[in-house]
Design a protein around this ligand. Structure first.
Ligand SMILES: O=P(O)(O)OC[C@H]1O[C@@H](O)[C@H](O)[C@@H](O)[C@@H]1O
Length: 303
């Protein structure tokens, strides 16, 4: 049975989910398989490639996640928006910069291993990624990932990795969330005050965050060992709470860089900010052989 046939079969247990594809939903030229959720609690779209939540909106609310109108839907190509999973390394590979940025699990298909829908409409989807022999040249450890998406009037995510190799595995990762903002000039991110960040716009120079993060120009910052919660103060205001996600990355390219990014452009860079949580740089996980590590992330409305 193919991966898509297996997904189709499991969808019988979840009446609010249907199979679709990027051609039907977004008019793309190539076609990526998508799960379309219209439950009593939320609307959402998930790409099988990368197990990437692309869209999420609680019932009768505006979208929380930004999906670029210029996103490219093509096998093996990252999709700009939603919540890509970056692993088994975050950002540029420190050993070999020619390896794909943000790892390789965001551009490969994942398996759906379980789906359930509660009577009130809470959707639970469990995806799995097993590293293959072909991935070994990029990352010399056998590993598996599990991503559980619990979609209700908010988002709960559980992310775990198992090291199936005989040696310790360095593992850096992020849930690279793109959030819609209505006014980039006014939006603020709180919860990072007084943290040191590595400024990726300036050769990772360490700088102390003073006050809330605002977005007057390009922002690309890595905050290590952060507090549990950050809040996006905007419309909507959202709380992002992580357990075992010690790193926060905050990113918006600003207009100049966006002009050079074909799947963002100067017309759309001001529609989103990324507030990512994971374990990267000095917080990189070191998973012992045969062991697992797990993190949790909750995104919910902040009042
Ligand atoms: O274009 P990509 O590979 O999806 O990366 C987008 C951005 O991702 C952010 O996490 C990085 O901090 C930025 O430096 C990067 O530009």
């Amino acid at each position: 049975m193919t991966n898509l046939q297996s997904i189709q079969e499991q969808l019988q247990l979840a009446p609010s989910v249907s199979m679709s594809d990027s051609r039907a939903l977004y008019g793309s030229t190539e076609s990526l398989a998508l799960l379309n959720i219209e439950s009593p609690m939320c609307n959402a779209v998930i790409a099988v490639q990368g197990a990437q939540l692309l869209e999420f909106a609680p019932k009768d609310a505006t979208p929380w996640l930004w999906l670029s109108p210029k996103a490219v839907f093509q096998e093996g190509h990252p999709v700009r928006g939603g919540i890509p999973v970056c692993a088994p390394w975050f950002g540029v590979n420190h050993q070999d910069a020619t390896k794909p940025k943000h790892g390789f699990v965001r551009t490969q298909d994942w398996q759906l291993i379980n789906i359930t829908e509660s009577p009130s409409g809470v959707m639970k989807l469990v995806f799995q990624f097993l590293s293959a022999k072909e991935d070994f040249s990029l990352f010399p450890h056998k590993f598996s990932l599990e991503l559980t998406l619990l979609l209700s009037d908010h988002i709960d995510i559980s992310f775990s990795v198992k090291n199936s190799s005989p040696i310790e595995m360095p593992f850096s990762w992020a849930l690279h969330s793109y959030f819609c903002v209505d006014d980039l000039n006014r939006v603020r991110v709180t919860g990072l005050e007084n943290n040191t960040y590595l400024d990726a716009t300036n050769a990772l120079t360490p700088i102390t965050q003073s006050g809330a993060v605002c977005f007057k120009t390009e922002v690309d910052r890595v905050y290590e060992s952060v507090d549990t919660e950050q809040v996006i103060k905007g419309s909507p205001s959202l709380s992002i709470k992580g357990t075992n996600c010690p790193t926060a990355i905050v990113w918006n390219p600003g207009s100049e860089l966006a002009e050079k990014m074909a799947d963002i452009t100067v017309n759309h860079y001001d529609e989103y900010i990324c507030v990512e949580r994971g374990a990267a740089f000095g917080n990189t996980w070191r998973v012992p052989p045969g062991q697992s590590a797990t993190a949790e992330l909750t995104i919910l409305k902040s009042h």
